[in-house]
Design a protein around this ligand. Structure first.
Ligand SMILES: CC(=O)SCCNC(=O)CCNC(=O)[C@H](O)C(C)(C)COP(=O)(O)OP(=O)(O)OC[C@H]1O[C@@H](n2cnc3c(N)ncnc32)[C@H](O)[C@@H]1OP(=O)(O)O
Ligand SMILES: CC(C)C(=O)C(=O)O
Ligand SMILES: [Mg+2]
Length: 656
């Protein structure tokens, strides 16, 4: 059957709440400033909707999780539904499973036999809440109960009187304190004036509501049939018309048929609701009850303590899913596996910038001792760490991602802060691989792509590999110059001492493996970078230019990472970096990091290009090399820099 061209021929919209003309609603201008009372009905409303209701062992496990989260009111059963349900309540009481300060709630329909059974189940509890319900809307009155309004009131009051009588007898017998929670089932579809009339009659029949011993009225949106503002109007109407308002608690019990149970609850609380009944992850009949996790964390992210602890949300989710044989959609608020992950490039860029800025802000707070370390993160409303998640999955890279995403992963995994132009270059590597595979580039894949691209690793990966080297001041014939230490490593960190003007000319000699064959290279320059470039130019017959250079310490590892952007002489790269390549070098020694970075870049530059054979002069160890090998180290003098492949040194102890 096709959908109707005019659905109004079939569906009747909701009726307005009968506020007097000119009435100014209070709820729209209110603001939530504290958490409501919470009632978990996972073990009743949630359980009754399951394909396979929970065993009592599972119910007990979930009950303990609910206690751990901090619930003080828990609806544990529908004791008249089955012997198992009844026994569950008895076992909680008899086995002392209920801590002080926690109230057990059970539900019962307004039928004498079932009320009796329910109250009997509660005997011996410290604090019990009898949740009595009957549906009151026109369609239920007419179709299900075939009752007039008066008969509906009569049915309700008889049940209330019976609850009072039996509960008082039980109090006398076992000392259990009882509270009445009367539920207008289908409240949200019932005439507001009738609900108020019925509520006032319930208060009369109960006869003992007081500010110290309040009656709870459950305003159930048994079926969500209208927008959330309408529910708020209904709650405000009830809240402002019911007698003895200071002696009643308004409980909000929304279902999610229109997908707006959370919004309805939040507005219902503004409108006068004091207490919320719902389930973890919104389990329950049809589209479920309102989700208490979402509600609590919505409050939390507004700086309001919910008095519910979800600091290990994944564990709670696992238990709830197992108990209910359900799965959480990946996009589910707070609990879904993807809700703290960004795939889209602009989101990743904003998050990366957000973290950088936040780090600075928080450092300033630490240093000054003033202000708060407030969370202000683009796209992420709540710190995932507060829920027990890490930041590992925050940025996930696919072909929809941009440079910032890959750069973030490199920073997370390798503690390397890529220069902006290098981010662009590395992004093109990742983009190509992502497009080729059509799949996500996991953090591990990004890390290995980075290492492959920039030839970082324990084993020589590229065609060129610097096996060992010496840097020393003076020229190749400067054997008369005494060896001395290169200016303090720390001073070379940001490249200022790479200024040729302030440095003594340096000579570079090294052993370079080219396509697996070792050759000696040498050159001279005002800085380590220029000196090794000169050596490579001579040996490989490539005119090279270093365009951009930077370095930073690698976390607290004691190592330094150098980045160098290079291109062939005569080819100037575009602003976006087309025409240049990047190299990366990491070492405890700054000069070594620089040399490695240059070799890393040159590896990419040469690609598969044929390289000239080693020049004869380099096929034997150069004179100066021999001189170095034989000269005894003078006390207080150490080699300027030396490098060997990780895992062993050919010549001198490695400093890498
Ligand atoms: C919106 C909610 O979540 S309400 C809670 C719903 N939860 C459950 O129903 C789970 C447990 N329920 C059960 O185990 C059973 O339905 C029982 C034990 C309560 C009743 O079982 P039965 O006696 O076999 O009745 P059954 O469920 O078939 O029908 C309900 C009867 O109770 C009446 N009824 C329904 N709700 C109520 C109520 N709140 N108060 C009084 N009578 C009610 C119906 O009109 C119907 O009466 P009828 O037989 O005279 O026509
Ligand atoms: C019976 C009540 C409490 C209920 O679960 C509902 O109306 O949804
Ligand atoms: Mg319900």
């Amino acid at each position: 059957m096709p959908m109707l061209a005019d659905p109004s021929t079939k569906y009747v919209p909701y009726c307005e709440v009968p506020f007097p003309p000119g009435y100014v609603r209070k709820w729209p201008s209110k603001r939530t400033t504290s958490a409501p009372r919470w009632l978990s009905t996972d073990l009743r409303d949630g359980n009754q909707a399951l394909v396979n209701p929970m065993s009592n062992a599972t119910k007990l496990e979930l009950f303990k999780v609910l206690l751990g989260i901090g619930f003080k009111e828990i609806e544990v059963a529908y004791p008249s539904a089955s012997e198992l349900e009844y026994q569950f309540v008895r076992s909680l009481i008899e086995n002392n499973e209920v801590p002080d300060g926690v109230a057990l709630q059970v539900i019962t329909p307004a039928r004498p036999d079932l009320i009796k059974k329910s109250i009997a189940a509660l005997g011996g509890a410290k604090h019990a809440i009898v949740h009595l319900y009957n549906a009151v809307s026109p369609v239920f009155r007419e179709v299900v109960f075939r009752n007039t309004k008066e008969q509906t009131i009569e049915l309700t009051l008889n049940a209330v009187r019976l609850v009072r009588e039996l509960s008082e007898a039980e109090t006398a017998r076992s000392g259990t304190r009882f509270t009445l929670n009367y539920c207008f089932e289908t409240f949200s579809q019932t005439e507001p004036e009738f609900v108020v009339e019925l509520g006032n009659r319930v208060l009369e029949a109960w006869g003992k509501a007081s500010p110290e011993d309040k009656v709870i009225f459950n305003l159930a949106a048994t079926v969500e049939c209208a927008p959330s503002n309408h529910y708020a109007d209904q709650v405000e109407y009830f809240s402002t018309h019911i007698n003895q308002r200071d002696s009643v608690v308004l409980s909000i019990h929304p279902h999610n048929d229109r997908g707006t149970a959370v919004g309805a609850t939040e507005l219902g609380l503004l409108a006068g609701g004091d207490r919320v009944e719902g389930c973890l992850l919104g389990n329950g009949e049809r589209t479920g009850n309102v989700d208490l996790i979402t509600l609590a964390l919505n409050l939390y992210s507004q700086g309001i303590t919910p008095h519910l602890d979800f600091s290990n949300l994944a564990e709670v989710v696992a238990v709830v899913c197992r108990a209910n044989e359900m799965a959480v959609p990946t996009r589910y608020p707070y609990a879904g596996s993807l809700v703290f992950s960004a795939f889209a490039g602009t989101h990743q860029d904003a998050i990366k910038k957000g973290f950088d800025a936040q780090e600075q802000r928080w450092r300033a707070v630490d240093q000054s001792g003033e202000g708060i370390k407030s969370w202000a993160m683009p796209y992420i409303p709540l710190d995932p760490k507060d829920l027990g998640y890490g930041y590992d999955d925050l940025i996930r890279v696919s072909s929809q991602s941009g440079k910032a995403g890959a750069a973030y992963v490199v920073k997370q995994r390798l503690q390397l802060e890529l220069p902006r132009r290098m981010q662009v270059a590395f992004y093109s590597v990742i983009q190509a691989r992502a497009e080729q595979s059509g799949k996500e580039m996991s953090a591990a894949l990004i890390e290995s792509a980075f290492k492959e691209t920039y030839i970082i690793g324990a084993k020589p990966l590229g065609r060129l590999h610097l096996e060992s080297y010496r840097l020393f001041p003076g020229t190749p014939d400067g054997r008369s110059s005494p060896m001395h230490e290169y200016p303090d490593d720390a001073a070379t960190l940001v490249g200022t001492s790479d200024d040729p003007a302030v440095l003594t000319p340096l000579h570079f000699e090294g052993q370079l493996s080219v396509d697996g064959k070792m050759r000696a290279i040498r050159g001279a320059g005002a800085t380590p970078v220029l000196a090794i470039i000169d050596a490579l130019r001579t040996s490989l017959a490539i005119e090279l230019v270093a365009a951009e250079y930077s370095a930073h310490a690698v976390g607290s590892s004691g190592k330094v990472c150098s980045f160098v952007e290079m291109h062939r002489a005569g080819e100037s790269p575009s602003k976006s970096g087309v025409g240049s390549v990047w190299g990366v070098g990491i070492s405890a020694n700054v000069a070594t990091a620089k040399c490695r970075a240059v070799v890393s870049a040159v590896n990419t530059l040469v690609g598969s290009q044929a390289l000239p054979p080693a020049k004869k002069m380099h096929q034997r160890p150069p004179t100066l090399w021999n001189w170095f090998k034989n000269v005894p180290l003078r006390a207080g003098h150490t080699p300027v820099s030396s490098l060997a492949p990780e895992g062993g040194s050919r010549v001198l102890k490695a400093e890498s």
